[in-house]
Design a protein around this ligand. Sequence first.
Ligand code: ADP
Length: 812
Amino acid sequence: MSVYREDQGRALLRAIVDGSDDAIVTKTLEGIVTSWNPAAERIFGYTADEMVGQPITRIFPPSRIVEEAEFLHRLAKGQHISHYETVRVRKNGRSLDVSVTLSPLRDANGRIVGVSKIARDITERKRFEAAERAQAEWRRVMLASIGDALIATDARGQITYMNPVAESLTGWRLEDAAGRPLAEVFRIVNEQTRQTVESPVDRVLREGAIVGLANHTALFARDGQERLIDDSAAPILTEDGQTIGVVLVFRDVSVRRRVEAESAAVRNELAHRLAGLTQLAAVSTRLVPTGDLHGPLLEILDAAIRITQADMGNIQLRGARTGLLEIGVQRGFTTEFLEFFASVGAHEGSACGAALGAGQRVVVADVAQEPLFAGTEAREVLLRAGVRAVQSTPLRSLSGEMVGMLSTHYRQPRQPDERDLNLLDVLARLAADYIERVRTEREAAVTRAALEAADRTKDDFLAMLGHELRNPLGAIVGALGVLNTVGNETEPAEQARAVIDRQARQLSHLVDDLLDVSRVTAGKVVLARRSLDLAKVVAGAVQTLHASGRLDRRQVAVDASPTWVDGDEGRMEQVLLNLLGNAIKYTPADGRIAVRVFSDGSTAVLEVADDGIGIPPDLLPKIFDVFVQGDRPLDRAQGGLGLGLTLVRALATMHGGAVDARSEGAGKGSIFTVRLPCVTPVPRNEPVDSKPSGTVRHRILLIEDNEDARAMLKLLLMRRGHEVHDTGDALTGVAMAGALEFDVALIDLGLPGLDGYEAARRIRAGRNGQSLRLIALTGYGQVEDRRRALEAGFDAHHTKPISLDDLLEQLG
Ligand code: ADP
């Protein structure tokens, strides 16, 4: 039984050994193989025949040979060696990873006689493990090197892993965080509401799906630092779909958000600037001068409004004469605003007024807070018009002159930024240049027109002058013809003489006017001023007109109160005679003329009104210009060269006054008003007229170089019973005056050699000089000449042609 059993047992053991997948080998304590099962043959490549009786070290790589002695030593002491992993070599030379278990073999007495060795080929497992390790390492490296932060939790939401980015963003180390609930490490709030945001892990665990974080999530790091993050979380699922954890991936987006916001702002700004510049370019290319100011200025204004995102705006033009700003073009204002700010001066309670005064841009960032407007009506008007902020940029021409103002207005308080202001400057420059260009062109056109008009006026004048001169000359020539054909003392001869006298007088009057106007307007005239009563001048002038019969049937109403001015009497008379002369010329024979003199405060007013032909409105503004005349009645009975009013104005101006003309129009009469500064009355004792009455025979010395004139005058005087001694030479005349007894000397001023003035001085200084009456005869009717004559010692002054009557009257 026992044998049987023993045989049976061996057979069984063999079967097991042979059927094993593991190599089962026995060897002696010396390391000689004693058995080698089929698995050993398979694993190591050696057959049992090849190995039995051979040292086991045959399958050891050289580096492991030392193991054998160690094993045998330990086995000899009865120790087991289990699952020792080592390396062996197959017959074909390839290495094998094996796990060996070694046990001592004992004989029946328990003595150790050999070793059993079970070796398992673990090459596959090793490779797998290596692959696993590599994989794990790869995962570790990958998770660590991933740019995003990553946290993994288990199914309960407790942290199992964090990569370095997650560590740095949360401020937690994995060692400290592992095992903690996610919420403790991953603290998040809504950036805007500051409310705690539900943990994404909780949501994943609840919903079992990938979730993204809400926008605007802010993460607090362990040290309290706050960062904006962006993220998603996903469940970690087993193959059978069980959630065993959650992986959370997030990243710091603070920088990105900032960059995004900044780049959006930059983009916006660029777009804005580009739009502005495009519009600017468009405006500037369109600004081709057309003479039209309105359209282009409106374009510039629109560009300014768009570029600075204003709600309203206007461009004001500055009146060259008034200096006031007046709205040229505007957008978006109420009528009340436009009326209130229609015309603005410097320093008035407005941004544009302040800018005008300061000569530079004024920005009012908030009308409601602006001290400039405190308590002003302007503030209320602005607020009612919806204006809360305004800027005014002066428009300066290239010469630096302020020609206007570009203002933009805003419904909200606002401080325009640097860029807006720069663009406004460019637009202001464009507008100023444009205004200047158009103005220059307009001025040039006006100048051209004025030159053309002056040219026409001059042509008219020359034609008129020719006419005016030819008329009297024609009459004179005709009258001379009569004289030549009739006897001297006949009636026709008398008439002819009268004609010659009148016409020659008219001619000299014309020439006087011409000379006078050029001298007065050239400023060559010196006024002999003294206090005088205008009322008296008027009375005198009216009387003269009456006496000369020029008034005809016209009535002159004089209403004059004593009114004192500092004036040149002769010149004042000239003013008056010109105005009255015109009133007569341009009023029908039965017309009415009214003269008033009064003082209006510190102003003396002299008014000459008539109910004559009146002055058409187009003529009125230029009536005082030289050579300007209205349509003349065809008969031209009343001559004139269009100089009278020019003289009147020049004289009034020289006296520190002014003259103006009014007329309701043709046929409605005219009113001329002269205004002069009043002075305190200084009444003068008028010299008493001591002229003896009755006819006196005089001894007369006549000095005149023109022989005809001398002979004529001598004849006439002698015919009146005077004794006349004559000479054509001044020196002879002076000698005669000293030698003979004369009571009158008539001296021509324009003598060759010694002139009349000098002759008079010498005569005065000589014997009998003081008692002699010296009378100047001159071709120059100028007041200036008269003054010089009086200074030289003359008692009187007569303009040629000499009126014998006047002269005789003078002689008494
Ligand atoms: P003149 O009388 O020689 O033409 P003035 O300079 O005195 O030159 O006047 C210029 C013009 O003004 C006149 O031609 C006339 O048309 C107009 N004028 C002047 N005074 C009067 C007046 N009282 N009534 C109507 N027209 C007048």
